[in-house]
Each structure stands twice: as structure tokens, then as C-alpha cells.
Write a protein that binds this ligand. Structure first.
Ligand code: DHB
Ligand code: MG
Length: 223
């Protein structure tokens, strides 16, 4: 069976071919490592995937739940038009500081990004109250046990055609254990059941192998 060493070598092979050197993204990874953020940013090939999806959707308004050090936000913001906007939600003070620094470093790209501090469920409730929807593209990559609530807001904030991506939906295969007591697994399962049973959503899941191991993304389209 292929292992993480193989996945890492394949990542390196395709990163070498398809990932152009980008000072903003390199800076984001370097500052994230220097500040000891968990090394769980999306892999570069997935960041490029998000970038291309935003471009292919022609998205102008993007919402990200879970900023970490801002790597994925920068990947997506690079695909926005000049008048596009990405709102990203984070609660961890160290992550907020690292991410804001990375957005500032990214100049005009960073100017497209608004980092909102606070517990995401509270920020999302405020956003609903303020009528900030709809968004064209929504990336859910935060506290996995809260994914059922996050997907509910994502659907409320969608319009027909909005694309919603949820990261880390495979978790090394643990997702298939319906008896699991892992709150992250349970959160992913509940979110997936919600999506499956929602009449206005269609979805598929891509399993992904990367240097981070086996995982996956669920891709949802609001009908
Ligand atoms: C975890 C979270 C992530 O968003 C990710 O991409 C990988 C791992 C985690 O919580 O373990
Ligand atoms: Mg993730």
C-alpha cells in the first residue's frame, strides 16, 4: 500500500511542475512554522485547487471558516477580481496575528481579505443579522465538531450555484466508523448526513493523498 513517503514524493513531483514560486505563500508558511502553528494548512496542490475553483466559479465573494495562518485564504484571494472580497473567520489569537501579518505582507492581495476575530458561530450569527450573504464560494476548514453548524450557516449564506468545500472529511479513513467517539469524526458524519438529506444540495467527495496522509474534501453545490 502506498504510504506517506510515496504521497510526499508525488506531492513534490507535481508541486515542482505546477506550483509557481509565490513570495506571499512562502512567507505565510514560514511565519506559520516560526510561530509554531500546527502544520495543517492545506497542501500547496490543494491550495492551487481552491485557487482554481474560485477562478472557475467566477467568485467575487468568498467566505472561509478557519483561517489558521492565512495560507488558504491567500490562495483563494489570488483568484479574486480586484473588487472581490474574502472574509475569513478565526478565534485563536496567535493565528489571528500570524494571518494578519501574512495578509499585510501580501499587499493588494491581502487588501481583498478581511480577517474577523471571534468564535465563528458568533461571527456567523452576526453576519446573518447584518445580511452579509450571499457568498459565491465557502470553504469550511475549522473546528470539525462544529461542522454541522457551519454547514447550516454555509447553506443559509448560499445562492443557487454557490460552491461549498469542506476540508478533512476522510481523516485517514476514520470517517467510516459510525460507532466512533471522536468528536471530529462525528462532526464530519453529521455534516455529511445533513448534506445528503438536503433537497437543495448536491455533493461529492474526493479522497486525497498528500504528505499529510489520507484525507479528503467534500464539494457541495447549492441548487
Ligand atoms: C486537522 C485539521 C485540518 O484542517 C487539517 O487540514 C488537517 C488536520 C486536525 O484538526 O487534525
Ligand atoms: Mg484542513
Amino acid at each position: 500500500m502506498p504510504d506517506n513517503i510515496t504521497y510526499t514524493r508525488v506531492d513534490a513531483f507535481y508541486e515542482d511542475l505546477f506550483i509557481k514560486e509565490d513570495a506571499h505563500l512562502i512567507h505565510a508558511l514560514e511565519t506559520s512554522a516560526a510561530k509554531k502553528l500546527p502544520p495543517i494548512a492545506v497542501p500547496p496542490l490543494h491550495g492551487k485547487f481552491l485557487n482554481m475553483l474560485v477562478a472557475m466559479c467566477g467568485a467575487k465573494r468568498v467566505l472561509e471558516i478557519g483561517t489558521l495562518g492565512g495560507y488558504s485564504a491567500l490562495c483563494m484571494a489570488k483568484a479574486l477580481p480586484d473588487d472581490g472580497k474574502l472574509i475569513t473567520l478565526e478565534n485563536n489569537p496567535v493565528m489571528l496575528e500570524v494571518a494578519q501579518g501574512n495578509f499585510d505582507f501580501a499587499g493588494e492581495i491581502g487588501d481583498r481579505i478581511e480577517l474577523r476575530a471571534g468564535e465563528a458561530l458568533e461571527t456567523l450569527a452576526q453576519m446573518e443579522e447584518m445580511g452579509e450573504a450571499p457568498f459565491d464560494f465557502i470553504f469550511i476548514d475549522a473546528n470539525k465538531p462544529r461542522n454541522p453548524q457551519y454547514i447550516d450557516y454555509a447553506v443559509k449564506f448560499a445562492r443557487p450555484g454557490t460552491v461549498i468545500i469542506a476540508d478533512n472529511v476522510v481523516r485517514g479513513g476514520d470517517v467510516v466508523d459510525r460507532e466512533s467517539s471522536d468528536f471530529s469524526v462525528i462532526g464530519i458524519q453529521k455534516m455529511s448526513d445533513y448534506i445528503a438529506n438536503h433537497p437543495d444540495l448536491e455533493a461529492t467527495t474526493l479522497q486525497t493523498a498528500s504528505a499529510k496522509g489520507l484525507d479528503g474534501m467534500t464539494i457541495v453545490r447549492a441548487k
